[in-house]
Write a new protein. Sequence first.
Length: 256
Amino acid sequence: MTAVLIACAHGTRFEEGRVVVRALLDVLRETAPAGVEVLEAYVDVHGPYVTDVVAAARERTDDIVIVPLLLSTGYHTEVDLVEAADGLPVAPALGPHPVLAEILADRVREAGAAASDTVVLAAAGSTRPGAVVDVERMAELMTEAGVAGPVVTAYAAASDPRIPDAVHAARSAGHRTVAASYVLAPGHFSRVIEKAEADLTTAPIGADPRLASVVWERWRNARRTGPSAQVAEPAERPTGLLAVLRALVSGARRRA
């Protein structure tokens, strides 16, 4: 019997964002355990919609886990995906996670940040209180991952402070600002972050191969514990697959 991971992203009307999500799906398929099929799904904007993907997968197997390709808790993870799953396991959002913090720290360094810069962790925002908690934890993890300057949180919508306000506050205190784009792919929210006009703005997280280790960790835990369990953030950073993925990233950078 085939096991199925339904990788569910938000969906975007921007083609460049869709390209990034499809590239991440390719990475997941390349790193999938034997006998595990990766299916593409979206919760909003365009199909294939997660409800349809779940229905089709159920015709073939009961071994199905939905993993959100979403960075924080929100309405989609707490309501939409739970309803679409109809009793199937739904993994938590990808963040907060130390691997995401490493990727964000790399993006900040690649953008040219100095140790004295204020880093604005710029997230999409949500009306769900858990989303703010998740983003604040990511800010802490970024510091642990080696970001030297202060890291403050801000949001494109729904939550406060808004990104332009955080940029302005840091500038008023005499600090150069770096907006760390805490979004997966180019799209509406990445454009909102760019319009905040920080001194430096990082690229979205993108289809970084290291994300695969987070997705597969979420899948394993949700599959093992079932639909009602809460999957805790790992106490230790994963090894094995993550080490391989890091080697892939390092090799790609050397070839660039």
